[in-house]
Structure formats: structure tokens, C-alpha cells
Design a protein around this ligand. Sequence first.
Ligand SMILES: Nc1nc2c(c(=O)[nH]1)N[C@H]1C(S)=C(S)[C@@H](COP(=O)(O)OP(=O)(O)OC[C@H]3O[C@@H](n4cnc5c(=O)[nH]c(N)nc54)[C@H](O)[C@@H]3O)O[C@H]1N2
Ligand SMILES: Nc1nc2c(c(=O)[nH]1)N[C@H]1C(S)=C(S)[C@@H](COP(=O)(O)OP(=O)(O)OC[C@H]3O[C@@H](n4cnc5c(=O)[nH]c(N)nc54)[C@H](O)[C@@H]3O)O[C@H]1N2
Ligand code: SF4
Ligand SMILES: [Mo]
Length: 897
Amino acid sequence: MNASAQHPLAVRTTCAYCGVGCGILAKPDGRGGAAISGDPEHPANFGRLCSKGSALGETLALETRLLHPMRRGADGTMARTSWDDALASVASGFAETIAKHGPDSVAFYLSGQLLTEDYYVANKLMKGFVGSANVDTNSRLCMASSVAGHRRAFGSDTVPGSYADLDEADLIVLVGSNTAWCHPVLYQRMLANKRARGARIVVIDPRRTATVEDDDLHLPVAPGMDTALFSGLLVHLADTGALDHAYLAAHTTGFTEALVRAREIAPDLTAIAAATGVAEADIARFFDLFRGTEKVVTCYSQGVNQSAQGTDKVNAIINCHLATGRIGKPGMGPFSLTGQPNAMGGREVGGLANQLAAHMGFDADAIDRVGRFWRAPAMAQREGLKAVQLFDAIGRGEIKALWIMATNPAVSLPRADFVQQALKQLDLLVISENVLSNDTVAAGAHMLLPAAAWGEKDGTVTNSERRISRQRAFLPLPGEARPDWWIVTQVAQRMGFAEAFNYASAAAIFREHAALSAFENDGTRDFDIGALAALSDDAFNALDPVQWPARAGAPLADSRFFANGAYYTPDRKARLIAPALPALHEAPSPAFPLLLNTGRIRDQWHTMTRTGLSPRLGAHLPEPFVEVHPDDAAQHGLSDGGFARISTRYGACVLRVMISAGQQRGTLFAPIHWSGETAAAARVGALVAPITDPFSGQPEAKATPAAIAPVSHALRGFALARGALALPAESWWARMAVRGGAAALFASNAPVAEWRAQAAALFGSGVELAEYLDEPRQSYRAAAFEDGKLVGCLFVGPAEAAPQWDAVKALFEAEALPAPQRRAVLSGRSTDGLADPGPTVCACFGVGLHTIRDAITSGAAVSVEAIGKSLRAGTNCGSCLPELRKIVAGAKVVETA
Ligand SMILES: Nc1nc2c(c(=O)[nH]1)N[C@H]1C(S)=C(S)[C@@H](COP(=O)(O)OP(=O)(O)OC[C@H]3O[C@@H](n4cnc5c(=O)[nH]c(N)nc54)[C@H](O)[C@@H]3O)O[C@H]1N2
Ligand SMILES: Nc1nc2c(c(=O)[nH]1)N[C@H]1C(S)=C(S)[C@@H](COP(=O)(O)OP(=O)(O)OC[C@H]3O[C@@H](n4cnc5c(=O)[nH]c(N)nc54)[C@H](O)[C@@H]3O)O[C@H]1N2
Ligand code: SF4
Ligand SMILES: [Mo]
């Protein structure tokens, strides 16, 4: 291994989370943990990490891990089995199903969290050896509309630009992207450009998110109406002489038709304002900015992709860049931000059901070419089922055997309750997982296969700017966990394909993948990493981050695409696309008068199987909530901090109400992260409609018609315990990790006396219980001690005066308590030496709201910068800076009032 893989003390690897693809230095501590820091030399982050990346060290413990193969017995319980039995059973289960019902009766459902090597072998097995293309992935829920939009415009799934463009742009347009929370390190890069060079930022999002700073232009577009805005922009560019006629003539087709359609959709400012709900003056400002700024990058994410017309949205954006020739040049271009760490790698190998491999589709030439390269006996001849259709087919009993790897569809697919039921229909459900339990596993797996997790696995991922980075193992494989690629190839070998799946290492798979990308390519396909096809194992181990294309024998001066045309369409010209008239798939109705928008929060990752293990990350927004506009809240009788039942045609959940002026009237926003494992009634995916985009098959996750009504709970409270925490079934609860244990916040209509009875059950019999009961006031508090150590707390009180938990949590997290503080626990307040920090604002340094407010009111820190200096808050990842600014501004208003 050469110097670049091995830092003197640490292993160089790549973050487990988002598509920014930050480089990480991991220093194992020899006890199963590791110190995590940003890799100063990685070109994606230059040393920075966000709150999630920084907290990766808190997610490495093995308590929740699946460490052995498990098989379901006749009585329905899971029991440990051997790898030999597990692999043989999976192989024979799939082989028998295929023999009996044909290749299309089986399917794989994969994930952008697999490594490229894992993905490659799974795709090869299904599309070349089983003979079906029923391989789809959670990227269908994530990047599919961008893929489809790219292929329509460019003839290939190409992201033309690089992160460096964000440093050089003079205008950055963020469409449907909460970059500050979801791509935090890139966002910091954009802010650095803004501060140093004065780049302007425009945010197009129905919500005013943390991404919007006061001096940015925010366009609160009506849900789904982005195409009206970008059609209007195209018209404006045409009418104000801002087109690049030379580029249009030399390198594109379809402009005339696209402009005609744009004029129909968006004839003038009045029409655009009516369609988008954005003020005419703001639309005009945006158009002027775009027209007048040569160097403009338009970044977009799920507000664009996860839409019933997501592909058209993508093309409406790309049209504007093509029409101005602003593509593939420094500081300009359309830029799809990828979600998962290997969303891009999955696209490279052909993880989607409508892609074959190495950016080839299902045309006869490609099928023949890939078939010869793989020496495949049974090439799939046509596209397979896309995720939502795939689960429909499972529900109908047409798919009989399914293998899920690295995704939790019982939470993350639309209509998640249906998905959970559909999984129960399967004759064979195999799940490769890191964790012992999640909602998908709970739906009833027949076989659980323990996969290596981040820190243990070894291979490559590709980030948003097409940069391939190594993920390297820095921990040993725990228990019997094995890499995903190993599991797949072992099954393939047992299915009779030993020769084609006989790989000694991830490096061997990567070489084959790279060779396929270059096979009969000759410049006809964008994805070509032939230069990496002959890497030795050592060179693979030492591989520095490398951007594609990386053609053999052709070192690149510039890794951007399309500045001089050369698109991958048959005539090598880009296509401007005429989008359909923008319209919601289903408008609100009297029964479902609001639109439910769903998305992410700063410190959680998807279904929380990993970020949920971190006390730091759980502290920011600990409970599942729904954001509601003040007027809607008033109309529906909701109060801030109360509860509401949100229901759609497909399902319902109960969430805490957060009244927020940043929320657009008529819309709700709920985060996607909570599951049946972490909350009582907060599986938001159950509410989402299974409506998909006609080109990409990507579901509309941002606009499901919904109803909302208040739910009342007489009591609220919290529980803390050192071990597992089980709350009564009829209560509403949300669970989170705290240092040294677990916590739950709950609400209930059971009388306090019943909660008192719960206390003993919660903490077991061996503890010393201190109690306080005030029945008339509906208040009960219990603290359990063992050898002087606080081992549990249960606090219940009336909902309108709910017990505050920050101080008690701080006491619980302290290792041992001196006597005065033991007595103080029941008071619910902190005493000397243990200040109550309040709800966490800065996750990196664990700085709470009260601490920050105290610093402001004492005059010690009156600006965001001063808070950073004295408390460190906001000085690491910067994700909390928007909140700090609000706190400082709020404090000033109070002062002057
Ligand atoms: N903290 C955190 N970061 C993550 C993840 C995570 O789970 N947590 N997941 C990663 C993954 S896989 C992904 S895909 C990305 C997603 O990153 P983002 O796309 O930035 O995240 P979302 O919150 O899903 O949605 C973005 C925004 O789209 C807006 N939106 C909704 N409807 C519309 C519309 O019609 N038009 C427009 N213009 N905007 C609309 C929403 O209000 C929301 O603020 O994040 C990645 N990063
Ligand atoms: N309503 C709504 N739904 C959405 C979205 C939305 O915005 N709104 N966003 C969609 C998007 S963009 C995405 S990307 C999805 C994400 O949704 P999911 O992919 O379902 O979410 P995760 O929690 O990331 O699930 C990953 C699972 O794989 C396991 N795992 C992690 N690493 C590995 C590994 O290396 N090997 C194996 N075998 N297992 C592993 C984890 O323990 C976890 O159980 O959600 C989608 N669903
Ligand atoms: S921005 Fe954060 S989550 Fe994304 S790769 Fe970087 S450290 Fe990881
Ligand atoms: Mo995603």
C-alpha cells in the first residue's frame, strides 16, 4: 500500500452518507471505535465534515448489528444458521423459483449505499445469468428523474460539471435542494464563494429552509410548478437576446419546439406568477440575474426529481443552460446533486432496471456487447420492473423471491404499509443487512445475511461530480459479517455460475467493471474508466480519488463534458425537450385539503439505522414532527408543540406540530426518518402516493393530498434507561440514543397512576426507586438508582406543563452523581456544576440553546462569530449557522423590544 491510502496514523476512506463524498481519516482506537476527521487532501471536502460525518464514530458499536446468518424457522422465529446453509438455501431458493416460474419471478432491490463492486456483481448475476432485468434500487426514489432527464437531453446519464464550478460561479441557483442540511459541505463551499467573491444564491423551494440566507433570493414556488418558472426563463432569455445562437446551432436540436411549448406554459410574468405563486417582481429579479450572469450553476435535488413531472423539470432546467451555451465550462452548468454515497456508482454499473451496465441500455447492440463481455448464458432482453411497479408485482404474487440489499423499503417506499404487506406474500425474502432489525426485516424475512458495514467494507463509491473514491476498511469484520459482493458471488457460484463469479477481491471486480466501461467504447459512451482496468491490487488499494472519464491512454485536460458539444445522442447533438404542461398529479380536495411534502432534517440519515445510534445527532430534532403554516394551524385547530394526525388516501401518522412561517400556506412538511422502530406512529412513507413520473418511474414524494386534525394527549413525559426501553403500546413515543443509554419522549392519555405502575416494569426490580407523585396535578416522577448510579428516569406531567428533559438528561449522562444531585434529579432541574444546556443547536460540539442564549444575554457573545469563538458552536461543519443567526437575531429583537 502506498502513502496515499495510509495516513501515518489513520486510514483514508470516504463518508458513509451523502453524495458529496467527503474524504475521511479514521483512526481506529483498538476497541472497535475510531476517531473520525475530515481528510484535508480529499478534493470533495478538503478536510471539512458535516455533523453526520463527524459523528460517524458514534455509530460503530455492535449492539444493533446483525452478526450471523439467520434463517426463519417453521414457527416464524429467526435462528442462527451457518453461512454454508444460508448461501446454499438462498441459491437453491432462487434457482427453484426460476425453474418453476421463470426468471421474471425473482428480483433484487438494491441501494445507493452499496459499493460499486457489490452493485456490479448483483447486476451481473440478474441481468446476465438469471436472465431478468428485475434489478432495481432505491435510486429509483432518488436519482431516476435526473437520469432520465440527462438521457433525454444528452443521450447519456452525464453530470457535466465539477464541484470546482461552485467555487467559480457568480450565480448559484438551488432548485428543490435543502443544500444546507443535505449537502452541507458543498453548501459551505457555496457560502465561501458568496463571502469571498460575492456569488449570488437563489433558492427555489416551497419552504423557506435553512438554505436561505437573508440576502439570498428565495422563490417559494408552488409545489410541482418549477417547469413554469424555467419555461418562463427560457422565454425571457429568447426575448431579451440572451441566447447563444452559435451553440444552439452547432450542438443542439429541438430548440424551436421547446420554445413554442415554453411560450404556451409561460407566456408572460403574470402567467408565471399565477402558476408558481411567486411575486412577479421576484421572478423578474431571478430572470435578470440569470440572463446577466454568464457563470451560473443550477443545482437541483429531490424537489425536482421526486415529482410526478420530475423528468420534465430536469429538462426545463437543462434547456436554459443549453440555450445559453452555459454547460461544461468553468463555473457553469446544470448540476444534479446525488443523494447517497454511491448513487452515481449504482448508475455506472446499471443498477436501475432500465439500464443494462456501464451506461448501456437495452438496445440489441448493447445486449449483445455486454453478453459477449460477460460470457453470459442468459442475457435479459428487456427492461425490468421499476421499484414501485416491482412492489406492485410482489403484492400481486407475480414476484415470488426477492433479495433486498442495503435499503429499508418498508419505510422508504411510497405507500409503505402496502409494501410491508406485500413483502409478506413472498415465498422467499432474503435481506442483506447491517442491523438485526428494521421495519423491512420485521415484515418477515426468510433469510438474513450479515453484511459488512461502513468501516469494514472495502471498495469504491462515486460522488456527485463523478469522482471515484475508495472506501477502505479500518475495522475487522465483526462476527460472521461479510462484504456484500462476497455474499452475492457465493450465491452465484452455488447457482452454477462459478467461473463468472470467481473474484478474489473487490479489486478484481473493479477491474472487470472498468474494462467493461471501455469495452468497444471508442468514445461512444460517456462512462469510460478504461485507464483503471489494469490496476494492480496494490494500486487499487492506494487509488487516489479520480474523476471520470478516465479513458485509457487519454489523460484529460478538463474532466467537464459538453463545452464543445459531442453529446452521446446519435447525431451527437443535445436535445432541448418540450415539457408537458405543469400540473399536480392530484390536486387537494375538501377531504384532503393540504399537500404533504416530505424530506430530510439536518442530523438524521434516512431510516436512522445509523445516525439514530448517535446521541449528538439525536439531540437536534428528537421527535417526528410536521411543519404547518400559522394560518393552516389556526384553521385546523392545531397548536405549536401539540400533536396532529395527518392522513392521506394511503395511510396516517401522528406527529408533533411545529408551526412555521417558512412553510407555504396549504402545504405540510414531514421528515422521512422515523420508522416503526424509532417512533409509535411516524412512518411518513405510509402516507405517500404511489404516483410515478412517466419517464423515470420516480415516485412523487413531495405533494400528496393530505388532511390534518389535532390529537390531544392529556399527559406528556420522557423516560431514560440504560438498556432497552419498551413503552406501553397505546402511548405515542419517539425513541433516541443518549449517552449511556436510550431515551423516549412520549405522550399518553393513561392516568399517572398507570404510569407509576409502569416504572417498576421499566427499570426492573433490582433498583432503588425515588419517586414523587402529585395525583391531583397529574404529575409523577421516578428516578432509579443502582450503586449510586442513575439508571433510569420516568417523568410524566400534564401536556400543557410537560416536564422538561434537558437537565435530567444531562444528569443521566453524567457517570456517577454526588448525593445532592441525586436528590435534585426529581426536581427536574439541574444543580451546581451541571448546567442545563437546553436543546442541542450545534451537534458537532454539543452546544445547546440555553448555553448560547446565556452567552448572548451575558454579553459574552453577541454575534455568530463571537459564539463560535467562545463556545465553538458553528465552527466545525457550519450546518447550524443558519440557526445561530436566527438565535442572535431573535435575542436582539427581545433586547430592543
Ligand atoms: N441530513 C441528511 N442529508 C442527506 C440525506 C439525509 O437523509 N439526511 N439523504 C441524502 C439523500 S439520499 C438525498 S436524495 C439528498 C436529498 O437532498 P434534498 O433534495 O436537498 O432533500 P429533501 O429534503 O428531500 O428535499 C429538498 C427540498 O425540496 C423541496 N421541494 C418540495 N417540493 C418541491 C417543488 O415542487 N419544487 C421545488 N423547487 N422544491 C420542492 C422541499 O421543500 C425540500 O426543502 O440528501 C442527502 N443528504
Ligand atoms: N416520503 C419520502 N420517501 C422517500 C424519500 C423522500 O424524500 N420522501 N427519499 C427517498 C430517497 S432519495 C432515498 S435515497 C431513500 C432512502 O431510503 P432507504 O434506502 O430505505 O433508507 P436507509 O435507512 O438508508 O436504508 C439503508 C438500509 O441498509 C442498511 N445498510 C447500510 N449500509 C449497508 C451495507 O453496506 N450493506 C447492507 N447490506 N446493508 C446496509 C441499513 O442498516 C439500512 O437498514 O428513501 C426514499 N424515500
Ligand atoms: S457532507 Fe456530510 S454527510 Fe455528506 S459526505 Fe460530507 S461529511 Fe458525509
Ligand atoms: Mo436519495
